[in-house]
Write a protein that binds this ligand. Structure first.
Ligand code: 13P
Length: 252
């Protein structure tokens, strides 16, 4: 039985004061029932102060990015050891905005995954096709390549979560239909089985991301291979984020 994970990717939003207000709203409305894992991923500068706000709750903290070295002369970068020390349990790697806006490629992502895991930070690895790639019927080939370029049998699958985020659905208001999401998630689980075996692939959580909202979360979560959500815009308001957490709990 996979426990759903609902993760809020704040992206480049919120000052510390705004972040504190959002966390207070999430804490006020969140009733821990053990059914869903809840994660917030604020910008780097908010991680440590918000970790103190989350003490004593079951809400976990994650980062949106990491560098592929433990320490050194890498001006402007943040290491996984620093994330761990700031209270992070997870880091998002391979988000499409980092692939497409910042130009991150497979070799870098491969290194990031390993250095994050070595530092004790679990990985949410994102993959997904562009609209052009979907229309050219290349979705499976694209996500397969993204999977194998960064993950492999040297990675502990118990410390990895996949997030299928079709690029055409991110921030656009267009959501994959439950059928579209389920098809890609099932494909990814089959790939995972080929690398890690059945037990690990059965336990692997695969999140959907891309315009997940309070009103479409329930139908996505009913898909057998959708194990939660990676939420962008709708995680910036406590009410909509909590509604998505509630939809995940109801799907269990
Ligand atoms: P939106 O929910 O705003 O489409 O963003 C999805 C996303 O990129 C989460 O990582």
């Amino acid at each position: 039985m996979r426990k759903p994970l609902v993760a809020g990717n704040w992206k480049m939003h919120n000052t510390l004061e705004e972040g504190r207000t959002l966390i207070a709203g999430i804490k006020a409305g969140h009733v821990p029932d053990g059914k869903v894992e809840v994660l917030v991923c604020p910008p780097f500068t908010l991680l440590y102060p918000l970790s103190t706000e989350l003490e004593g709750t079951d809400i976990k903290l994650g980062a949106q990015n990491v560098y592929c070295e433990e320490k050194g002369a890498f001006t402007g970068e943040i290491s996984p050891v620093m994330l761990k020390a700031a209270g992070c349990s997870y880091v998002i790697i391979g988000h499409s905005e980092r692939r497409h806006v910042l130009g991150e490629l497979g070799d870098l992502l491969h290194r990031k995954v390993r250095v994050a895991l070595a530092a004790g930070v679990d990985v949410i690895y994102c993959l997904g096709e562009t609209l052009e790639q979907r229309e050219a019927h290349r979705t499976e080939a694209v996500v397969e390549q993204q999977f194998t370029e960064a993950l492999g049998d040297d990675v502990d699958p118990r410390r990895v979560v996949l997030a299928y985020e079709p690029v055409w659905a991110i921030g656009t208001g267009l959501t994959a239909t439950p059928e579209q999401a389920q098809a890609v998630h099932a494909f990814l689980r089959a790939k995972a089985m080929g690398i890690w075996g059945r037990e690990a692939s059965d336990n692997l959580r695969i999140l959907y991301g891309g315009s997940v909202k309070a009103d479409n979360a329930a139908s996505l979560m009913t898909c057998p291979d959708v194990d939660g959500a990676l939420v962008g815009g709708a995680c910036l308001r406590a009410e909509s984020f909590l509604a998505i957490v509630g939809a995940a709990a109801d799907s269990v």
